[in-house]
Design a protein around this ligand. Structure first.
Ligand SMILES: *Cc1c(COP(=O)(O)O)cnc(C)c1O
Length: 836
């Protein structure tokens, strides 16, 4: 590597000690001008928002950097504090600028400085690309966790992958989704720091070879590998006005210096450079599948790359301070695995401890099984990762040997507990037998972890009863629940400045770090003046959302109508179809003149489909076709509007959630593990229409049945219903539903595109429809009628809205992180840093 230690120089100790940077408007202006003219080299001709944005970002970055250094020093004190590492294939961070401003506490001076320089913050902020390194809920959760850990002063490091291409950009062409690559790094990013000095080497391929160690024991070597380098880029994660800046370390793949030396020597220069591309391919692109495994070799490479680089990095730091003494390693370190994606780390840690540091199996296992903790994110069987054994053997032969050994020892334990129960051993084996043998990654995670958690109360219960039942019987104490949350800094304070101000003026600023304080708003729900202010802010936010929709969809939403929103990944279990069927029902009612006491409604649906998910893509087309028919029909007018918002992402949600009246959380009960979109909406004063699924159950517990529109089968009823489900009987027995289905079947929404919605009609009317959409349709239509009635009483509705925000305290990731910490990580919260 080309990084050189100093040898001849002897740097002065004061070299890295600098006076604190000013946080006032004057200092900010001075630095801004310096960056614009000197660092970026622009002059008076360069009236470009991008360079102005960059100058501001660099100004703020310096202030993050100095707090970052102090935080690192604090974590290093006394031989190093106990730390947790959050391993995740996805971090859906969104933009960093306004978050940095809020958390550094410089909103006021920055606004003042920009005003004096004649610049608009909003215009500059628009220049930043979203860091879209995630698919949806799972990746956004990781981002919210990082924010809360920094705010709580918990020594937690995030480890992930720096994909060159994040989540694809979605365009809509003739109603269909079109994917475009998201080359978010093309214009660079100022929000990370390359740290080549901590580069790691990752092995792939090759073969294993046994040998006799000096102590007479058998050792293993992994030879003839094709190595790839992992280069870390550190992203600063500022806590809320507390002087703490934590680290998210993202790995990028690079070819080794000596890559395919042989090819060079044999004259195959271009082939050699080609293999360099192969190495760097590993971190090229995020897999855009949400809640489904992809089973591709490159994906397994990415997973091992993340796990190996991160674990080697932690061990490197350990050895630097403690040498080869690992006796306290488990007391000082803890790894939280975000779903099964990084669980290969269980075997990888065993490999590093044994093969590279000479530990015996039992000692290595005593450490590994104490430091790993696993979070499950889904009950969908199609999402459970399994890797073919042949692929593992080809790519990671040494790691596979270790998995076999873990399995043999584990199955012996199962046999001791249930002697002779061969069927149970087969069920619990880490290796699934069959046409081709597969490694069950979730089982590897459970066997190797001290803790296994689900992400909402119902989900954690269903794991124990279903998917992981055998493991629960063996180790009941491993299983626990950690209900998800979102950070109120991004999802209320920053994205909803109007409500932020009203809340802070009313109950003080404590809620920003202690969300349960929002309860103090409850008495104000009965105050008519307060309700008027609340309604005005919601209206302003609807104006902002309506202009986004007009710009991106060309559809005009009337801001006095009910804004009814469903944004999330497009997936059959989330049942965007149920929503569309109700919209068709409303359209049908208008067409037949059933409009007495009508509540005008604007329906927004948004979300990306996995590029290979055929049904989800047809659903997007259906939304667009139904919207077109409705929006172009002058007899419908302002009574009903519908739009599909293209390219749903974090930055869009920051405008959507504040402007929403009704939050659609209508998954088939038992299928949505938790949901977090539901929490963002609740916090911003939207009322939920929802099933008893995931965290909806806990949301309803908090806000009360009066402030929630409940409908549909329970998870238990869903399972009971499957054996006697007859959608046709329901359709024929219900005049409204018959008419909806007739409109679909008569190609009313696809007059010139015959047959394109047949797959949807088939799945809705199949007795085997796993999502039981028609079973819940009547109850959903009735619940929507209750919504209409409630919305017509604006005082009542505003009260419900206030009550939702006021009771959303539980859904802060601050609460979630404190639970992980007190029950799993057991880290000390650090004292506040001097530089705040
Ligand atoms: C919050 C969020 C999600 C998760 O939404 P769910 O409704 O919980 O599925 C997905 N994508 C983005 C961009 C988000 O901000």
């Amino acid at each position: 590597m080309s990084i050189k230690m100093l040898e001849k120089s002897n740097p002065a100790s004061w070299l890295t000690e600098l006076p604190p940077l000013g946080m006032d408007a004057k200092s900010i202006t001075t630095d801004f001008r310096h960056y614009f003219s000197h660092t970026l080299g622009r002059d008076r001709h360069a009236k470009y928002a991008n360079y102005m944005y960059e100058a501001l970002a660099l100004t703020l970055r310096d202030r993050l950097w100095e707090r970052w250094k102090n935080t690192r020093y604090a974590y290093e004190a006394d031989g190093g504090v106990r730390r947790a590492y959050y391993l995740s294939m996805e971090f859906l961070m969104g933009r960093a600028l306004s978050n940095a401003m809020l958390n550094l506490g410089v909103n006021e001076p920055v606004n003042k400085a920009l005003y004096e320089m004649g610049l608009s913050l909003e215009e500059l902020a628009e220049c930043e690309n979203d860091a879209g390194l995630g698919n949806g809920g799972l990746g956004r959760l990781a981002a919210c966790f990082m924010d809360s850990c920094a705010t709580l002063r918990l020594p937690v490091v995030g480890y992930g992958i720096r994909y060159a291409y994040g989540m694809f950009r979605q365009r809509i062409e003739n109603g269909y989704q079109v994917e475009e690559p998201d080359h978010w790094l093309r214009s660079g990013t100022v929000w990370d720091l390359e740290r080549s000095e901590y580069t790691q080497r990752i092995k792939f391929g090759g073969r294993t070879e046994g040998y006799l160690k000096a102590d007479g024991e058998m050792g293993w070597r992994w030879l003839d590998t094709s190595d790839v380098l992992a280069v870390p880029y550190d992203v600063p994660i500022p806590g809320y006005q507390n002087g703490t800046v934590n680290t998210l370390r993202l790995w990028s793949a690079a070819a080794t210096d000596e890559f395919d030396f042989e090819d060079f020597n044999s004259g195959s220069y271009t082939e050699a450079v080609g293999s360099k591309n192969m190495a760097e391919n590993i971190t090229m692109v995020l897999y855009p599948n949400d809640s489904t495994e992809s089973g591709k070799e490159l994906r397994l490479r990415q997973q091992y790359f993340l796990a190996s680089a991160s674990l080697q990095d932690v061990i490197r730091q350990w050895v630097r301070v403690h040498g080869e003494d690992f006796s306290h390693f488990a007391a000082k370190n803890c790894f939280q695995l975000n779903d099964t994606h990084p669980t290969i780390g269980v075997a990888e840690l065993m490999r590093i401890l044994m093969d590279e540091h000479g530990l015996k199996w039992d000692d290595a296992w005593a450490i590994t099984s104490k430091v790993m903790a696993y979070t499950n994110h889904t009950l969908l069987p199609e999402a459970l990762e399994r890797w073919p054994v042949w692929l593992f053997r080809k790519l990671l032969p040494r790691v596979l040997d270790i998995i076999y050994e873990i399995n043999a020892r584990f199955l012996a334990e199962v046999a001791r507990r249930w002697p002779g129960d061969i069927d149970r051993q087969r069920r619990m084996s880490l290796i699934e037998e069959g046409y081709e043998q597969q490694v069950r990654m979730a089982y590897l995670a459970i066997v190797g972890s001290i803790s296994v958690n689900g992400v909402a109360a119902l989900h954690s219960d269903l794991l124990k009863q279903g998917l992981f039942r055998d493991f629960y019987e063996l180790w009941p104490d491993k299983f626990n629940n950690k209900t998800n949350g979102v950070t109120q800094r991004r999802w209320l304070a920053s994205c909803n400045p109007g409500l932020n101000k009203l809340i802070t003026d009313t109950i003080g600023p404590g809620w920003v770090t202690e969300l349960s304080e929002l309860r103090k708003l409850i008495p104000h729900a009965d105050n008519a003046k307060f309700r008027t202010k609340w309604r005005q802010i919601k209206h302003d936010n609807k104006v902002r959302l309506a202009s986004l929709i007009e710009a991106d969809c060309g559809v005009v939403f009337n801001t006095d109508a009910l804004f009814d929103v469903q944004v999330k990944r497009i997936h059959e279990y989330k049942r965007q179809l149920l929503n569309i069927l109700n919209v068709i029902h409303l359209y049908d009612r208008i067409k037949r003149g059933d409009t007495a006491n009508w509540t005008p409604r604007c329906v927004l649906i948004g979300g990306k489909s996995a590029p290979g998910y055929y049904m989800a893509k047809v659903i997007i087309k259906l939304v667009n076709n139904v919207a077109k028919v409705i929006n172009e029909d002058p007899t419908i007018g302002d009574k009903l509007k519908m739009a599909f918002l293209p390219n749903y992402r974090v930055t869009a949600m920051e405008i959507i959630a504040p402007g929403t009246d009704l939050s659609e959380q209508i998954s088939t009960a038992g299928k949505e593990a938790s949901g977090t979109g539901n929490m963002k909406f609740m916090m911003n004063g939207a009322v939920t229409i929802g099933t008893l699924d995931g965290a909806n159950i806990e949301i309803r517990e908090e806000c009360g049945d009066d402030n929630f529109f409940l409908f549909g089968l329970t998870a238990q009823e869903v399972e009971a219903r499957r054996s006697n489900y007859d959608p046709w009987a329901i359709i024929h027995g219900d005049a409204d539903i018959s008419r909806i289905m007739h409109l679909l079947e008569s190609a009313h929404f696809n007059q010139f595109e015959q047959g394109i919605f047949d797959p949807i009609i088939h799945s809705l009317t199949s007795p085997n429809d796993p999502w039981l959409t028609i079973a819940d349709l009547r109850a959903y239509i009735d619940a929507q009628a209750r919504v209409d009635k409630a919305y017509r009483d604006q005082e009542l509705w505003t009260r419900m809205s206030i009550m939702n925000t006021a009771t959303s305290g539980k859904f802060s990731t601050d609460r979630t992180m404190l639970e992980y910490n007190s029950e799993i990580w057991k880290l000390k919260q650090l004292p506040e840093m001097p530089l705040t």
